[in-house]
Every structure is written in structure tokens, then in C-alpha cells.
Design a protein around this ligand. Structure first.
Ligand code: NOJ
Length: 560
């Protein structure tokens, strides 16, 4: 068996901030850096070691910051560079690292490079993007964007189209142009030299497109994806970024990698001698498809077996070779309690889900509000939504013939806006998020019950459970470095696995059922000899190898 290498980025836990909805420090209704500064002690108190900031750069906010107009400036609604430096220093003083979002598959159409590129073919910035002639009256190829809709936008003055894999306001950068890669390296150096500790790299696996941009196999959306999901020069470009910049700093990277499989991931994140570790880890999507297909708009019944198969395959295939990034929520995913857990058993299922993923091997990421068990808001009217991808998905569903009522149900379940409502700090006005009359976006009406202030007071709250869990992980190397083995793979109700490390074993038992389930210890475990170290009901050791699990119960046994 391969020796597992130890490293700080493996031992840490990361808290993700989506700045617009985190905390408003200046009373204008929009979350900002002053708000973040005021909450650094809270973040530290969770037991995390780093903050990942979703984009805080200057941006027209068509895709809430994932459309960057200036990579070296802060969005004025979030504050100034001085404010950012105060947050960076404040975080570092508390022993929290800071990870920035690096969005270089595309820019905003308001970026100077794009504005220059519009000036014509002779402009050096023209080749920063994919400008192409159409085919007769049609676009250059049949690609569709991953935000449903065409992937090409026509410009009359130039009589050319430009490629955008996301919204039309997010033109794709031409990474085959060495000048663009030099820009990316300079941006990385700019932030690393300022003292940031790494990057979450947005759809980084899409940056290389197949030469000639050939037609793709027709699909209802994302036609052409086979030509860029891990394109021909991806490894080469990631290696260049790593060799020339990242490897010179003690930093961490996590690449967002849609459609990634563990076998393929190892081509980019293999830490063994003589292999390619161009990124430290990747965010894969396979485990987020246990209740949907490809996009959360194509809803399916939740399948625990699908969830387990996805997670276990990453656990097994990466062990001793690469490192996992563990997550259940982020700004693109509806709230997990509303998906994989139960709103009826909100805190219980929240604790179970937290146990289930944080006790696996990998670096856990926790999204703002997840720690208090925020749930989907389910906005009933289309006009209430803000997210560009929701509107695009609505349109495509309409084209496919679904009724308005049917699509609204999908939006309520699947829209990214479910995860983007303001963090619920208190049970007071505007959930303590802002002192303005109106926050920028709807607050989930359950804030009177679900909020940080009340969770702080309750020793049994989900919030305090997260603290306990993260402390437990930090104090027990087995949770970080142990080998993973799944039991009862076929169960549709129970997720059971063990971890083993240096002679110790740990058994993690999680019920995904809303009724009582009988549990029997897997062969080789004598539960009476174990200690219950984590539980979301009671810590009593049942003393028998067979016992009943309550709805959404989680119990972790340690065998020293
Ligand atoms: C992934 C980001 O997480 C998402 O929010 C964004 O819309 C797309 N990439 C495009 O940047």
C-alpha cells in the first residue's frame, strides 16, 4: 500500500464565502468585505483553517462575479483593496488562510481585453478570445453553452462571432494564445505576492478547446462539450501554470472539474513521484448527481446508492495517489438538507450529512449557512429569481415543451438562487444580514428559527455539531489520513464505511431513512469494544452488534 503523504492542505477545512450574501458591513443591502471582517472571529470559531472567496473582483455581476472586468481590483460594492488587505491580515492573524477564485476560462465582456478585441482583427487583443467567421448565416459550429443557449454571439461591426461557454457576457479566453497564459500567470503572481494562499480555479478543466473547434454531438445543451471538457492542451497549460508560478509558492489549488472521473483526475492531481500534480485537488460533480442528471433541473428521485458509488469510487481510487476535495454545498448547488436530507429532520439530517462527508478522506469545504442548516427558499415566481443560469434553464425547458408550472417546480428545487439567499445571523430584522431597509435578495422566512444567534445558544445545534466534528477531525489523524472501506454497498438506506490508520479503526454509520432502520455491525467489528465518538442522538454505546437507528441517525465508533 502506498504511504500517504502529509501536508497542511490535507489537514485543513475551508469555509466558502459568497460575498454578496454573507454579511453587509456598510448598510447598503449587499454583503461586503467590512461585513466579512466583522465575522472573522465567527469563522475562526468554526474550527476551519481557510476562507475561499467566491469572486470579489470588479464585475458587472451578470454572473455574480464570475464575469470579471478587472482581475486586480475589488468590486466597489464589496469595498476597496484596503478593505481586502484588512481582511487578509485579519484572517492571517487568526491563522486562517485565504483562497481566491481564479476565473480564467472567460472574462466579462466589460474587461478591457474584450473591449480592445472588439476593435478589429489587427488589435493584439482580438486573439485573446475565440473570434470566428460564421458558416453562411450560421455560427461557426453547433456548440451550445453550458448555461443553456447558443455558445456564439454575433458582432455586426466585425461580422464575426465570439465563443462563450457560459452567458454571452462571459466571452471565453483563448488559452492557446501564449500571451493569455502569460496574463494568467501574472494574475496568479499578483495575488500570491500579496499574500493569498491559493486558488479555487473556476471550470479550469474547460480552458483548452479542440483545434479547429469542430461540431459536437447534438445535445439539448452543452453540445460540443466533448471538445473542451478536458481538452487536448489542458495538462500542458496546467503544468505550465504550476511549473512557472504555483510551485514557487507554498499554496494550495483546487480546480473545478465538471464531468471529471477519478481515473482522469489522476492525470492532473497525482502526487506520487514522477507523476503530474498540477493541482492539489479537484471539485468533482459525480456525487452531486444523486438526485438529478447532469444539471439539477433534470430531477430524479434521490438514490443513496448513486451517492455512495460516486463518493466511494473517489475515495478508493485516490487513496495514496491524489487528494479529495469534499463538499456537499456551494453557491451553485441547492441546499443539501433540502436535497439529500430532510427539512422535517433539519438539524438531525444536517448533522448526519456533515458526519457522512467530513469523516471521509479529503479536505472538507463548508459553504456559508450550511453550518446552521439553511434550506432552499423555493421562490414561486420567475421574476423573483436573479441567477442568469435559472433564466437560461427556464427558456430551454420551455422550448422542450414543459409547462410553466412544471418549470417553476424545477426552479424551486434546482435554482442556484436557493443557495444564494443572505446568511441568517439573527432572528431580528433582515436576519441581521443588513441594516438597510431592503437586502439585495430575499431572505428565507425560516430565519426566525434558523439563525446563527440562536444556534450559538444551543449546545446541541447543528452549528455546534460542526465545531465538534471539525475539532474531532483535527485531533484524530485517522479521519484525515485513514484508508476508506465501504460496507453494505447495496443498501438504499444506510451509508456505512470504515477508516483505518496505524492500527486504529473507525466505523461511520449514517442513516438516510426517515424511519427506524435495523443496523448490524459488519463482520470483524465488536461494537461493545468501541467508543462512540460522534453522534446526532445520543452517545450511548448500544453494547450489541445489532441495534435500531433512528431517523437520519449518525453514529461513529472508534476502535483504538
Ligand atoms: C462555475 C461557478 O462556480 C459558477 O458560479 C459560474 O457561473 C460558472 N463556473 C462560470 O464561471
Amino acid at each position: 500500500m502506498s504511504e500517504i503523504k502529509k501536508s497542511w492542505y490535507k489537514e485543513m477545512a475551508v469555509y466558502q464565502i459568497w460575498p454578496r450574501s454573507f454579511c453587509d458591513g456598510n448598510g447598503d443591502g449587499i454583503g461586503d468585505l467590512k461585513g466579512v471582517l466583522s465575522k472573522l472571529d465567527y469563522i475562526k470559531s468554526l474550527g476551519v483553517d481557510a476562507i475561499w472567496f467566491s469572486p470579489i473582483y470588479k464585475s458587472p455581476q451578470k454572473d455574480y462575479g464570475y464575469d470579471i472586468a478587472d482581475y486586480r481590483d475589488i468590486a466597489p460594492e464589496y469595498g476597496t483593496m484596503e478593505d481586502f488587505k484588512a481582511v487578509l491580515d485579519g484572517a492571517h492573524e487568526r491563522g486562517l488562510r485565504v483562497i481566491m477564485d481564479l476565473v480564467v476560462n472567460h472574462t466579462s465582456d466589460q474587461h478591457e481585453w474584450f473591449k480592445e478585441s472588439l476593435k478589429g482583427k489587427d488589435n493584439p487583443y482580438h486573439d485573446y478570445y475565440f473570434w470566428r467567421k460564421g458558416k453562411g448565416k450560421n455560427p461557426p459550429n453547433n456548440w451550445l453553452a453550458t448555461f443553456p443557449g447558443p455558445a456564439w454571439e454575433y458582432n455586426k461591426d466585425l461580422d464575426e462571432y465570439y465563443l462563450h461557454l457560459f452567458a454571452p457576457e462571459q466571452p471565453d479566453l483563448n488559452m492557446d494564445n501564449p500571451a493569455v497564459r502569460n496574463e494568467v500567470k501574472d494574475i496568479m503572481r499578483f495575488w500570491l505576492d500579496m499574500g493569498v494562499d491559493g486558488f479555487r480555479e473556476d471550470v479550469i478543466t474547460f480552458i483548452s478547446k479542440k483545434e479547429g473547434l469542430p461540431n459536437g454531438i447534438p445535445l439539448p445543451f452543452a453540445t460540443g462539450i466533448e471538445h473542451y471538457k478536458f481538452g487536448p492542451h489542458l495538462l500542458e497549460y496546467l503544468t505550465e501554470f504550476n511549473d512557472e508560478v504555483l510551485s514557487k509558492y507554498d499554496c494550495m489549488t483546487v480546480g473545478e472539474a465538471p464531468m471529471m472521473t477519478p481515473d482522469l483526475a489522476l492525470k492532473f492531481i497525482d502526487e506520487r513521484e514522477g507523476k503530474n500534480q498540477t493541482l492539489k485537488m479537484m471539485f468533482n460533480f459525480q456525487h452531486m448527481e444523486a438526485d438529478c442528471m447532469f444539471t439539477s433541473f433534470i430531477v430524479k428521485k434521490f438514490s443513496l446508492r448513486k451517492l455512495k458509488a460516486a463518493m466511494s469510487s473517489w475515495q478508493n481510487k485516490l487513496y495514496g495517489k491524489g487528494w479529495n476535495a469534499l463538499y456537499l454545498e456551494n453557491h451553485d448547488q441547492p441546499r443539501v438538507i433540502s436535497r439529500y436530507g430532510s427539512e422535517k429532520y433539519r438539524e438531525r439530517s444536517g448533522k448526519m450529512l456533515a458526519t457522512m462527508y467530513i469523516c471521509q478522506s479529503g479536505t472538507p469545504f463548508i459553504y456559508q449557512g450550511q453550518e446552521i442548516g439553511m434550506t432552499n427558499i423555493r421562490l414561486p415566481e420567475l421574476s423573483m429569481y436573479k441567477d442568469v443560469a435559472t433564466y437560461k434553464s427556464y427558456n430551454i425547458c420551455k422550448k422542450l415543451g414543459f409547462s410553466h408550472e412544471n418549470i417553476m417546480k424545477r426552479c424551486m428545487h434546482a435554482s442556484r438562487d436557493n443557495a444564494r439567499t443572505p446568511v441568517q445571523w439573527t432572528s431580528g430584522k433582515n436576519a441581521g444580514f443588513t441594516t438597510a431597509e431592503e437586502p439585495w435578495f430575499y431572505i428565507n422566512p425560516n430565519y426566525t428559527e434558523v439563525n446563527v444567534e440562536d444556534s450559538e445558544k444551543d449546545p446541541d445545534s447543528l452549528l455546534n455539531y460542526y465545531r465538534k466534528l471539525l475539532k474531532f477531525r483535527k485531533e484524530n489523524e485517522i479521519v484525515i489520513y485513514g484508508k476508506y472501506k465501504e460496507h453494505y454497498r447495496d443498501s438504499e438506506k444506510l451509508f456505512v464505511y470504515e477508516r483505518s490508520y496505524e492500527g486504529k479503526r473507525m466505523l461511520v454509520i449514517c442513516s438516510f431513512s426517515d424511519t427506524i432502520e435495523r443496523f448490524k455491525a459488519p463482520k470483524g467489528f465488536d461494537l461493545a469494544k468501541g467508543r462512540v465518538v460522534l453522534a446526532n442522538y445520543d452517545y450511548a454505546n448500544p453494547g450489541f452488534d445489532s441495534f435500531n437507528l433512528k431517523p437520519y441517525e449518525a453514529k461513529v465508533f472508534m476502535f483504538d
